[in-house]
Design a protein around this ligand. Structure first.
Ligand SMILES: C[S@@+](CC[C@H](N)C(=O)[O-])C[C@H]1O[C@@H](n2cnc3c(N)ncnc32)[C@H](O)[C@@H]1O
Length: 195
């Protein structure tokens, strides 16, 4: 199957987010009706595709932050569709979804939001420890008390990445350094709440 055929045939956009992680993401959205949701690293919209119906039903505002200039996938076993803003927008249209797009570096985008204004932040960008720490530090003040921060690829075994840079295992290191253990981990989706 060619990449194009794959994109066309998939029910959801191409990506690595699993159905089980999608359900956990939906539960986090339901925690805060009428909330503000920010996703850092949306790629083609797969993770968003799980939550958009619930977000619409609960009148949440959804922001997608990404540079859409990712050159290569982190997963060497799969030939990935290009990281294209146009493809992302087309996928949103297909899902009939309303998402506010912010083309920006994830850390810089934090300055566009007020302190304690966001109810849910999902991080899924480079998976590097230093980047994740910077994202946590930039975005944590923007999270409401009682708000949730989610991290994808928490604790992925390094074998998953087939030696393509150990930094991909370091989301866990960053999260544990800032918060101790997360409150909940669903497959590779970790959750912490701002108390
Ligand atoms: C693993 S993909 C995200 C997958 C997506 N959540 C999904 O479910 O398909 C990582 C994304 O992070 C984006 N990214 C990488 N570094 C970034 C940065 N510094 N600022 C914003 N986005 C970044 C890439 O462009 C890419 O789209």
């Amino acid at each position: 199957m060619t990449v194009r055929e794959w994109i066309e045939s998939e029910k959801r956009p191409f990506g690595w987010f699993t159905d089980t992680e999608g359900q956990a993401y939906i539960q986090a959205v339901k925690h805060y009706p009428k909330g503000v949701i920010v996703e850092l690293g949306s790629y083609l919209g797969r993770s968003l595709s799980y939550i958009l119906p619930a977000a619409k039903e609960l009148s949440c505002e959804v922001y997608a932050v990404d540079l859409w200039n990712w050159e290569k996938s982190a997963d060497p076993t799969v030939q990935c569709p290009p990281c294209s803003l146009k493809l992302f927008q087309r996928n949103l249209e297909r899902m009939n979804a309303s998402v506010i797009i912010i083309v920006s570096d994830s850390v810089k985008a934090a300055a566009q939001f007020h302190p304690e204004s966001v109810s849910l932040i999902m991080l899924d960008t480079t998976h590097r420890c230093d980047d994740t720490l910077r994202e946590i530090d930039a975005w944590w003040p923007n999270l409401k008390i009682g708000g949730i921060m989610l991290f994808h690829d928490y604790g992925r075994a390094s074998s998953y990445w087939q030696g393509r840079g150990d930094h991909y295992t370091f989301v866990k290191e960053a999260v544990d350094a800032r918060f101790g253990k997360p409150e909940q981990v669903t497959q590779s989706l970790a959750l912490v709440t701002k108390k």
